[in-house]
Design a protein around this ligand. Sequence first.
Ligand code: G3P
Ligand code: CA
Length: 306
Amino acid sequence: MYARAAAATTAALLGAGALVLPSATASAAPAPKASAPSAAASIASKHGRPLVVAHRGASGYAPENTLAAIDKAADMGFRWVENDVQRTKDGELVIMHDDTLKRTTDVEEVFPDRAPWKVADFTAAEIAKLDAGSWFDPKYAGQRVPTLKQYMNRVERNHQSLVFEFKKPELYPGIEKQGLQVLRRTGWLDKHHVKRKLVIQSFSADSVKTVHALRPDIKTGFLGTPKAAELPAYAEFSDQINSSHTTISDDYVSAIHALKGPHGKPLEIFTWTVNDAPATKRVAGFGVDGIITNVPDVVRSALREG
Ligand code: G3P
Ligand code: CA
């Protein structure tokens, strides 16, 4: 499967901006609709109200990186979600944060002889058998590890937007091209989605550069806190510098905003993982553009308090 995916030419991806594919939204189930960001958010911010992004979905309330977690975010009224994308042994892209299946599934019970249970050592069919919900709460028993295709279809159905992370891309050569191919096939690389609904980020600068080279129209983010003097080099290929909230200051956020990204707009910062009111108020005071959080309702309330 991966060999086929990797065979897609770079030219095809580069040309995909002109293609408008039908969105894959086939689902009879009623779609929870994420509401627009609240106009009540009023905390002082130099660059307007920060966008609230549900980290791995609403992962404080539902098992991370499952369809239940993005549904929960939608039910709570959050339009933006974040995920982590990795690859199985047989080349399927799946949504998983750790590079092993141990923490967030029952893999040790189902496959006791397969330690260390790496994502890359299991086929998609094997992973599809795992329970990815019970570890979090028995009421989520039966949640599965979504494939990227399943995940994109659900985000679309929910009218949500996505901060898409290539997780540990150094383990998965060619994953950027393959991921873009899935996004294209699920309708996420048409003009509307690219302009308004998608950011692709990674801790790997090489991965972000690759995405930017393949599809220069896509908004990108580098995860980390480069020295201020190094920021101009990142701004060549990345629209965002997405730093841990524990590493940033007012001056650092100002240094980011003073630069322009590859699309000629001010460089942005989405900071993570902010899970309480004091931290929310601190980073909002710096003027961050986005706040990535496991508990989006807590962040929303803190922003409303100002
Ligand atoms: O989106 C930011 C955040 O997800 C990066 O850290 O380890 O949670 O993927 P991690
Ligand atoms: Ca992530």
